[in-house]
Design a protein around this ligand. Structure first.
Ligand SMILES: [Zn+2]
Length: 442
């Protein structure tokens, strides 16, 4: 019952909430479609509540699952896009008890053009619980972000070649998967607790591991709100970048490129790289290093001429977005989130090797884009000769020097300077105003 201690995780004596309105205007969805979604959200909330009981109410859960499946099919019948319709029918079949691994893989086969739905059991935060809980997410495709992301993908071969030119060792871009950009319009169940994920890796987060078809689903409105309401407000107080200014109108392009860079960064390795031996010795350390590698390769991919020219980006603003996001992650709690641990490793490396400075009086980090890019390249160089080369002693030595779970004094000092943040987002869901407008009861 650890998962039920609080709706927030990790626990804190204070939680600061900003609201994001999940507007349903200009989604292209009919009133009929929108009116069918709110009852399903409440069914999923009820399923999630029943999962909190110390015993299983099998028949009650069964009947709620059937109601949820009926509603998904009713929604599917209001849609025009074949992929959206098909995937909703497949999700309904999963709820009716069909093989979820097989069907979740089939869902990955076609990208929805009208309505994207995840409805079923989803994982929560690592460290909070290893269980899967009833969740529902409804989103519409975000064409603008998708176009930016696809354009970056078109220039990927040239960008990767440039990236390879920065390193002596041969790198390999292993198989990578599509990234689907969407605008979230409704959420329920575990996925609507705190903090909310802005990205899911499917179907892995649904418990279907080793699927040959995968995709990342990113909610741009959530991601953008995290940047506008949390990163910008909190992290800018802690950063002085000598040669850059933040142009808020350009932020969406940078966020899309940065996320795609990080996502692809997970697939950039050396031919011999194998994380399994490290996982056996220090799983938490391994996860943090993998996130630090993805962050670092992601930044350098974004900074290649191929991507900068294609997307109209500048090194200064890229550096600013990177460091601001690094600070947002870091201030969450480096010992609870692998991404936050990675942020700690990156900042420790930059400061201890002279690529950034921290002023204890103003509590500001200062650097320039040139120093930052050089520092991140140096960090990757060190990691490519240790963890990417499967050199376990060198990797453990690196973890001893830079990882938060092995450096509690340095962690305490940095967290005292930067402060911990429990600032999170809540969703305001106007979609509930659509319920009953056409008198629907599924
Ligand atoms: Zn990652």
């Amino acid at each position: 019952m650890r998962n039920e201690t609080s709706i927030f995780w990790p626990s804190s004596h204070r939680h600061y909430i900003s609201s994001l309105r999940l507007d349903v205007e200009e989604t292209g969805l009919s009133r009929r479609t929108l009116s069918l979604i709110p009852p399903l959200l409440k069914i999923v909330d009820a399923m999630r509540d029943l999962e909190s009981l110390p015993f299983t109410l099998t028949s009650e859960l069964e009947s709620l699952r059937r109601r949820a499946a009926d509603t998904l099919e009713a929604i599917a019948d209001t849609l025009r896009d074949p992929a959206s319709t098909r995937n909703l029918y497949l999700r309904a079949q999963i709820l009716r008890g069909s093989d979820h691994r097989q069907l979740a893989q089939e869902i990955m086969g076609s990208l929805e053009q009208e309505l994207i739905v995840v409805c079923g059991r989803l994982s929560t935060w690592l460290g909070k619980s290893s269980g899967y809980y009833s969740s529902a997410l409804f989103a519409v495709p975000d064409g603008l972000s998708q176009a930016i992301s696809d354009s970056a993908d078109d220039a990927l071969p040239a960008a990767f070649e440039e990236l390879q030119g920065l390193f002596a060792e041969r790198l390999e871009l292993r198989r990578h998967f599509p990234l689907q950009w969407a605008r979230l319009i409704a959420a329920a169940g575990e996925a609507n607790l705190y903090p909310k994920h802005f990205a899911y890796f499917l179907p892995e987060d649904e418990g279907a591991k080793y699927s040959p078809n995968k995709r990342s689903l990113v909610f741009m409105n959530t991601y953008h709100a995290l940047f506008n309401l949390i990163t910008q407000e909190e992290s800018t107080n802690h950063l002085y970048l000598h040669d850059a200014e933040l142009d808020m109108a350009e932020i969406p392009t940078y966020l899309v490129a940065w996320f795609r860079g990080h996502d692809l960064g997970h697939s950039i390795l050396r031919p011999q790289t194998d994380f399994r031996p490290l996982n056996k010795v220090d799983r938490w350390g391994s996860m943090q290093l993998q996130e630090a590698l993805a962050d670092s390769f992601g930044l350098l991919l974004c900074n290649t001429r191929a991507w900068r020219q294609r997307l109209g980006m500048h090194s200064g603003m890229l550096s600013m977005v990177f460091v601001l996001e690094m600070l947002r992650y870091l201030r969450r709690d480096p010992c609870s989130f692998p991404d936050a641990g990675a942020a700690f490793i990156e900042l420790q490396f930059l400061i201890r090797n002279g690529y950034a400075d921290i002023d204890r009086e103003t509590r500001k980090i200062s650097t320039s884009s040139e120093r930052l890019m050089a520092g991140i390249a140096a960090l990757l160089d060190t990691l490519s000769r240790s963890v990417l080369a499967n050199d376990l002693p060198a990797t453990l030595d690196f973890i001893e020097r830079y990882a938060p779970h092995r450096n509690s004094e340095a962690l305490d000092e940095l967290m005292q300077l930067l402060g911990q943040s429990s600032h999170t987002l809540d969703y305001v869901q106007p979609i509930f105003h659509c319920a009953g407008q056409v008198g629907v009861s599924p």
